[in-house]
Design a protein around this ligand. Structure first.
Ligand code: NDP
Length: 250
């Protein structure tokens, strides 16, 4: 499959799932804009076909300006991947309004701003892919993580609504819903769970690994390969779906 000349934009593209996906798309010929808050991190991973753009997805003005700059440099975004996210678990009774807002602002508002801005040019074309990186927490409740679960369910709602709005246009809208993937997010959560539960880190890690039904962490490349498939010719009729990559939760 070739994505030669196609412009992809991935929020949170400087690390983890976003970076692995950016590299897979660039290897297939796409020009990939990667965004994040820390320009130093983005610049450090820039390579052939990968272009850094500093943009905080919680700030509407930064997203409007950032996407406009990417479009001016590389043309309309044809593959839009809202991926930036924070994944801190917190029980509802410990969730104050500030924490709730921070999770929503990053995971859901950020996806809304990014998709809206990318769509402003994409909607006039006959081919486009919006692929949201949601979570298994977008399909089922994740224990002790009410805000995260709500935000990830919201991303799937956004995708499903847009798949109706643009039916038959050549634009498709899907979400990928991974279980625990081997990235910094898991490392940070292992530490947090170990501290909260008063258990050793290897026990906390085993709990997370065990939550994936096939009892291993998912590789970031497994998510990237699903993104590539959604960009390829074999998935043209896949639209409005939440695709689980979690070892068989359902
Ligand atoms: P990372 O922490 O490596 O990636 C998160 C990225 O989001 C970072 O690059 C970070 O960049 C960016 N980001 C965070 N806040 C903002 C913000 N306000 N503005 C712009 N960028 C921001 O973890 P993952 O790769 O694992 O996570 C990627 C996505 O995958 C997330 O949405 C996560 O919820 C989802 N996911 C992850 C799973 C896992 O187990 N790892 C499982 C299911 C879903 P910077 O800090 O430089 O801004």
């Amino acid at each position: 499959m070739t994505l030669n000349g196609k412009h992809a934009l991935i929020t949170g593209g400087g690390s983890g799932i976003g970076l692995t996906t950016a590299r897979a798309l660039a290897d297939s010929g796409a020009q990939v804009t990667i965004t994040g808050r820390r320009m130093g991190v983005l610049e450090a991973v820039t390579g052939a076909g990968i272009h850094p753009l500093a943009m905080d997805v919680t700030d509407e003005a930064q997203v409007v300006e950032g996407v406009a700059r990417a479009v001016a440099e590389r043309g309309p975004v044809q593959i839009c991947i809202p991926n930036a996210g924070i994944a801190e678990g917190r029980a509802l009774h410990r969730t104050d309004a500030a924490f709730w807002r921070q999770v929503m602002a990053t995971n859901l508002d950020g996806a809304f701003y990014t998709v809206r801005e990318c769509l402003s040019e994409m909607r006039g074309t006959d081919w486009g892919r919006v692929i949201a990186i949601s979570s298994i927490a977008g399909i089922k409740g994740l224990k002790g993580a009410a805000a995260y679960t709500a935000s990830k369910h919201g991303m799937i709602g956004l995708i499903r609504a847009l798949s109706e709005d643009y039916l038959g246009t050549g634009l498709t809208f899907n979400a990928i819903c991974p279980g625990y993937v081997d990235t910094e997010i898991v490392t940070r959560n292992v530490t947090a769970i170990a501290e909260r539960a008063g258990i050793p880190e290897d026990e906390a890690r085993a709990l997370m690994v065990g939550a994936n039904r096939h009892k291993r962490l998912i590789e970031p490349d497994e998510v990237a390969q699903a993104v590539l498939w959604l960009c390829g010719p074999g998935s043209q009729s896949v639209n409005g779906q939440a695709i689980e990559i979690a070892g068989g939760q359902f």
